[in-house]
Design a protein around this ligand. Structure first.
Ligand code: NAD
Ligand code: TYD
Length: 355
C-alpha cells in the first residue's frame, strides 16, 4: 500500500483516482478535511476496498504512527497543505501549522517508523513531498525559467511555508538518510479544482453572471499544467526518482492571467452561450492587486524530462477545453461546494469508518 495525505483536495483527488485506475495497489488517504477537502470527489470509490479514508491531521503523530504500524505502506506522498495564497495573506497561521509543523511531524513519525523496518523494505521505502514553484519567488520578463538549483526566494506566507517544508525534507535526507523526494510544480488546473483559484473561479463566476475579478493589470504570468500530467509526473518520480533529489514539473505554458480569462470566456461563448446574447468577456472586472503579487513564474522541466522521460501530454488548449467542459458537466458539484453541502459527505458516506 501507499499512504497519501490530502487526498480529498484538488491534486490529491486526481492522483488517487488516476492511481486506482492504473494499479491495484491500495491507498490510505489521510485528510483532515479542511474547507478544501471534499469527499464528494471520491464518491466513485465508495465501495472500493483499495481506498481507505481516514479523517485526521498530519500533525497528529499518534494517529499517523497507528496508520504506519497497521498498514506498513511502502511509500508516503504528502499532498496535505493549506494552498491558497490569498488566504495565506489574510490568515497565515494555518499555513505555518500545516505546511511547516505538519510536515515536520510527518517527517518525525515517518523517521521513527522507517528506522524499524527490515533492511530490504527500508531501502525501498519512499517519502515524496509535493511542493510548488512559488518557493523560487518571482521572475522578471526575459529571466531564465526556474531550474532545481534556483535559489529559494518565497514572497507570500504560503510560499514561505512551503519553502520551509522543502528545507525540512532536505534536512531529513541529509541528516538521517530518510529516503525523500521533492517535486516543485507550476500552477495546476483541471477537474475538482476548488473555485477560489483563478481558473475555476472564472468559470464558475462566468456561468453565474458574476464579475470576473482580474487582479491589477492582469499581466502576471503563470505556467499552467493540466493536473493529470502532474499526477503522471508524481508517479514517475515515486518509481524512478533519485533519492534526495528535487524535480521541477511544468507545462511549458506561460500565459498572462488576462489571456487565461479571455480563453475561458471564448470557450464558454462557444459551449454555453449566454441567454441574453452578450459575451462572457463583458463580465471581466479589474480589481485591486494582491499584496506582494509575484509577477512571473516559469519552470524548466528538463531534469524530469531527460532523467525520467516524463512530458506533459496536454497542451493548454486541450487541457482548458477539458476543464471548462468538466465544470459544465458537473454543475451540481459546484452548487454543492457553494452551498456547503459537500461538507456533509463526511456524515453521509463515511460515518463510522475509522482505523
Ligand atoms: P488543496 O487545498 O486543494 O487540498 C489540500 C488538501 O489537504 C485538502 O483536502 C485538505 O483537507 C488537506 N489538508 C489540509 N491540512 C491538512 C492537515 N493538517 N492534515 C491532513 N490533511 C490536510 O491543495 P492542492 O491544490 O490539491 O495542492 C496539493 C499540494 O500540491 C499542496 O502541497 C500544494 O502546495 C501543492 N501544489 C499545488 C499546486 C496547485 O496549482 N494547486 C501547484 C504546485 C504544488
Ligand atoms: P491562483 O489561482 O490563486 O494561484 P497562485 O496565486 O498560486 O498562482 O492565482 C493565479 C493567478 O491569478 C495569480 O497571478 C493571481 C491571479 N488571480 C486573479 O487575477 N483573480 C482572482 O480572482 C484570483 C483568485 C487570482
Amino acid at each position: 500500500m501507499i499512504l497519501i495525505t490530502g487526498g480529498a483536495g484538488f491534486i490529491g483527488t486526481n492522483f488517487l483516482l488516476d492511481w486506482l485506475a492504473q494499479s491495484d495497489e491500495g491507498v490510505i488517504n489521510l485528510d483532515v478535511l479542511t474547507y478544501a477537502g471534499n469527499l464528494e470527489n471520491l464518491v466513485s470509490l465508495k465501495d472500493d476496498k483499495r481506498h481507505i479514508f481516514v479523517q485526521g491531521d498530519i500533525c497528529d503523530s499518534i494517529l499517523v504512527t497507528k496508520l504506519l504500524t497497521k498498514y506498513q505502506p511502502r511509500a508516503i506522498i504528502n499532498f496535505a497543505a493549506e494552498s491558497h495564497v490569498d488566504r495565506s495573506i489574510q490568515n497565515p497561521e494555518g499555513f505555518i501549522q500545516t505546511n511547516i509543523v505538519g510536515t515536520f511531524r510527518l517527517l518525525e513519525t515517518t523517521r521513527a517508523y522507517w528506522s524499524t523496518l527490515e533492511n530490504k523494505i527500508k531501502q525501498k521505502f519512499r517519502f515524496l513531498h509535493i511542493s510548488t514553484d512559488e518557493v523560487y519567488g518571482s521572475l522578471a520578463s526575459g529571466e531564465e525559467a526556474f531550474d532545481e538549483d534556483h535559489r529559494y526566494m518565497p514572497n507570500s506566507p504560503y510560499s514561505a511555508s512551503k519553502a520551509a517544508s522543502d528545507h525540512l525534507i532536505r534536512a531529513y535526507h541529509h541528516t538521517y538518510g530518510l529516503p525523500v523526494l521533492t517535486t516543485n510544480c507550476s500552477n495546476n488546473y483541471g477537474p475538482y479544482h476548488f473555485p477560489e483559484k483563478l481558473i475555476p473561479l472564472i468559470i464558475v463566476n462566468a456561468l453565474a453572471g458574476k464579475p470576473l475579478p482580474v487582479y491589477g493589470d492582469g499581466q502576471q504570468i503563470r505556467d499552467w499544467l493540466y493536473v493529470k500530467d502532474h499526477c503522471a509526473a508524481i508517479r514517475q518520480v515515486l518509481e524512478a526518482g533519485t533519492l534526495g533529489e528535487t524535480y521541477n514539473i511544468g507545462g511549458r505554458n506561460e500565459k498572462p492571467n488576462i489571456d487565461i480569462v479571455h480563453t475561458i470566456c471564448a470557450l464558454l461563448d462557444a459551449l454555453y452561450p449566454r441567454a441574453n446574447g452578450k459575451r462572457y468577456h463583458e463580465q471581466i472586472t479589474f480589481v485591486t492587486d494582491r499584496p506582494g503579487h509575484d509577477r512571473r513564474y516559469a519552470i524548466n522541466s528538463k531534469k524530469i524530462e531527460c532523467e525520467l522521460g516524463w512530458k506533459p501530454t496536454e497542451t493548454f488548449e486541450t487541457g482548458i477545453q477539458k476543464t471548462v467542459q468538466w465544470y459544465l458537466d458537473n454543475q451540481s458539484w459546484v452548487r454543492n461546494v457553494q452551498s456547503g453541502i459537500y461538507r456533509k459527505w463526511i456524515d453521509k458516506n463515511y460515518e463510522g469508518r475509522t482505523l
